[in-house]
Design a protein around this ligand. Structure first.
Ligand SMILES: Cc1cc2nc3c(=O)[nH]c(=O)nc-3n(C[C@H](O)[C@H](O)[C@H](O)COP(=O)(O)O)c2cc1C
Length: 155
């Protein structure tokens, strides 16, 4: 074992395989999306999920001030969305969003969807943990997930 530093901490975390999500918040009619793999389940009863965003993120205020969020779990064929929404201020004008019932937006053809109400925010270190109640869900049994391991997408 070695004393933790930024490099060995990030490298060790990269050995944990995750799925990839894009999470959307809405502000003044504009959709803001972020690629996020810190998404996880939190509670079954009530149904809660969590994820964390860097407090340095260009979209942090939009997420902090939003009431509803959507989690879009990407399928194997959606790497382009992961790359797109990990950029700063990604353009959303050309995307044909599906609409939810809380002025919420979804990407087409995802393997899973959660329509959520933001209920808590906890600041820890350089990130903020967002806790959401899950109001509506949808999933697809035929699609395969996009996975992320060792800082790369894997099939
Ligand atoms: C696969 C993947 C997963 C990511 N997961 C997170 C995450 O959980 N939390 C986070 O703050 N940023 C995450 N990022 C980085 C953000 O998508 C984004 O690049 C970063 O917040 C900087 O852009 P911004 O300042 O516009 O937010 C991830 C990026 C990739 C490619």
């Amino acid at each position: 074992m070695r004393k933790t530093n930024k490099n060995n901490f990030k490298k060790t975390l990269s050995k944990f395989t995750t799925g990839v999500t894009v999470i959307f918040a809405e502000k003044n009619g504009e959709v803001h999306g972020k690629t996020v793999n810190s998404f996880n389940s939190l509670s079954l009863n009530p149904p809660l999920i969590l994820f964390s965003l860097g407090n340095y993120s260009s979209s942090i205020n939009t997420f902090l001030n939003s009431k509803y969020l959507t989690v879009n779990i990407l399928s194997q064929n959606q790497k382009k969305f992961s790359d797109h929404f990990s950029q700063k201020n990604p353009d959303t004008k050309k995307i044909k969003f599906l609409k939810g019932i809380y002025n919420t937006f979804f990407l087409p053809n995802c393997i899973g969807y959660l329509e959520c109400k933001l209920i808590d925010k906890i600041k820890k270190g350089d990130h903020i943990i967002f806790i959401c109640e899950v109001l509506r869900v949808k999933s697809d049994d035929k699609l395969k997930p996009l996975n992320y391991y060792n800082s790369n997408y894997i099939k």
